[in-house]
Ligand binder design. Structure first.
Ligand code: HEC
Ligand code: HEC
Ligand code: HEC
Ligand code: HEC
Ligand code: HEC
Ligand code: HEC
Ligand code: HEC
Length: 259
């Protein structure tokens, strides 16, 4: 399931011939790079300035995907460090009180807009009918992603999650197990079966019917799966419907993933 994505394939597209606002850059998986969020009256100070006070974050950040975004062309390179997400920092740096500091910097942990600027594809995914309740304000991107830390980066997808499944287990203990009879698919990751930003299928499933399972369980002996013919079983409903494999995440009672 691991996609071999070429590292940072960046392509500059200038929509308008002049001016930063018209220029954006696209990456391999569709992220666009646009100028940082606006903070009225503030100027860019660059990462080294932030590091003076936020030492640990700055050190960890140096090993993350976002620190490696390289932009050529008109955009100021300084905009692409911390300030790509937090907005220009000069007012924050000079602010005297913590309260004033909080007011003069963008904190995308509170709202996803700063991320959506560049991640239009994920914005669209959260717009699909079945999605995590992030547009409703009940979650943020940082419930699953840690933008400062490279821990648990998944090779290929480059996703900074503390291991995909442990990120999910925080909130979905029932599905994460452990189970007496594990389903090996879950070991590959929850995202083998779920599109977690959003999906057109209920329960955010990648596919709504037997095809979800047949991607892995379609053998040359089909319709035999395991040692049982499934020719009369596939059509009444999905594999996890009543009486069948009702425990797709694993079972404590039955080796064939049933409750
Ligand atoms: C002179 C020291 C100093 C510098 C330089 C500095 N910060 Fe801060 N920053 C602080 C302090 C102090 C706080 C408040 C900490 C608290 O409330 O616990 C803070 C808080 C923050 C917060 C949290 C705001 C919130 O929502 O409460 C963010 C985000 C942040 N800084 C980002 C940055 C970025 C990005 C830079 C570089 C552009 C930067 N800081 C430079 C001292 C600094
Ligand atoms: C990819 C976007 C992104 C970049 C780039 C980024 N941050 Fe953040 N930052 C966030 C998000 C999201 C949060 C909110 C975290 C949360 O709610 O758990 C945050 C929160 C913070 C905070 C508040 C304290 C905390 O841990 O919640 C500080 C301070 C901070 N960032 C500093 C920095 C510095 C310094 C850099 C550059 C070295 C940087 N950030 C780069 C997205 C980013
Ligand atoms: C419920 C957890 C969760 C939330 C909330 C979430 N993500 Fe993700 N995200 C994931 C997982 C899991 C992957 C890895 C998908 C894979 O590797 O198959 C991922 C992958 C990504 C990727 C890599 C490209 C891709 O789509 O595979 C980007 C970019 C991304 N997320 C951005 C965001 C942004 C921006 C937000 C907030 C608006 C967000 N995510 C909220 C779990 C989440
Ligand atoms: C300045 C543009 C920009 C902003 C702002 C931005 N990203 Fe990204 N992001 C990128 C690019 C470019 C990549 C790498 C190419 C790709 O895989 O799409 C990336 C990759 C990612 C990935 C996959 C790689 C990894 O590090 O795990 C995740 C997850 C992600 N971003 C989440 C976020 C979140 C959450 C925010 C907001 C806190 C955010 N991004 C803000 C441009 C941005
Ligand atoms: C911060 C908590 C949190 C995290 C982390 C989280 N989720 Fe969720 N998840 C939720 C909430 C809240 C809902 C919506 C529940 C509802 O509407 O009843 C949900 C819904 C779902 C649903 C649909 C359930 C349904 O009944 O339609 C699936 C599937 C799901 N999450 C899978 C995942 C996966 C896979 C991950 C890890 C990539 C993950 N979640 C991470 C909180 C979380
Ligand atoms: C082999 C495919 C597969 C994998 C892997 C998988 N799921 Fe599911 N998941 C399903 C199916 C199928 C359903 C729908 C079950 C139903 O409707 O009875 C579902 C439903 C859910 C629900 C909704 C709860 C419910 O009972 O309706 C949540 C939450 C969920 N999964 C979370 C996860 C988490 C967390 C992981 C990773 C630990 C994960 N899933 C891995 C197939 C999978
Ligand atoms: C990512 C690949 C993958 C997906 C998708 C997948 N499985 Fe599996 N499944 C496996 C592997 C690997 C095993 C263990 C080896 C075996 O028994 O074939 C397994 C074992 C099983 C078993 C136990 C074997 C037995 O003899 O009864 C059942 C039942 C099962 N899967 C049902 C499902 C169902 C239902 C779905 C869809 C909701 C599904 N699987 C989706 C990979 C997958």
């Amino acid at each position: 399931m691991i996609k071999n994505k070429t590292w940072f394939w960046l392509m500059a597209i200038c929509v308008f011939p002049l001016g930063v606002a018209g220029c954006m850059t696209m990456s391999g998986s569709g992220a666009v790079i646009v100028p940082a969020p606006k903070i009225a009256g503030a100027e860019f100070v660059g990462m080294d300035t932030c590091a003076a006070c936020h030492e640990k974050i700055s050190k960890d950040f140096a090993r993350t995907t976002h620190s490696r975004i390289v932009v050529s062309g008109d955009m100021d390179v300084k905009e692409q460090g911390c300030e790509a997400c937090h907005g220009a920092g000069s007012l924050h740096v000079n602010a005297q009180t913590n309260e004033e500091k909080a007011k003069t910097i963008v904190n995308p942990g509170k709202a996803p807009e700063a991320c959506y600027q560049c991640h239009l594809k994920q914005k669209a995914e959260f717009g699909l009918q079945y999605h995590h309740p992030l547009p409703e304000g009940k979650m943020t991107c940082t419930d699953c992603h840690d933008p400062h830390s490279p821990e648990g980066v998944r090779p290929g997808s480059l996703t900074s999650l503390g291991g995909i499944d442990s990120a999910c287990a925080k909130c979905h203990k029932d599905q994460a197990g452990p189970f007496v009879y594990e389903h090996e698919a879950v070991r590959e990751g929850c995202t083998v079966c779920h599109n977690v930003h959003g999906s057109i299928n209920e329960k955010m499933l990648k596919q709504r019917d037997a095809h979800l399972c047949l991607r892995c369980h379609y053998q040359s002996t089909y319709p035999s799966i395991g040692d049982t013919s499934h020719s009369s079983r596939i059509f009444p409903g999905p594999c996890w419907s009543g009486g069948c494999h009702t425990a797709p995440h694993g079972s404590n009672y039955n080796e064939h993933e049933r409750l």
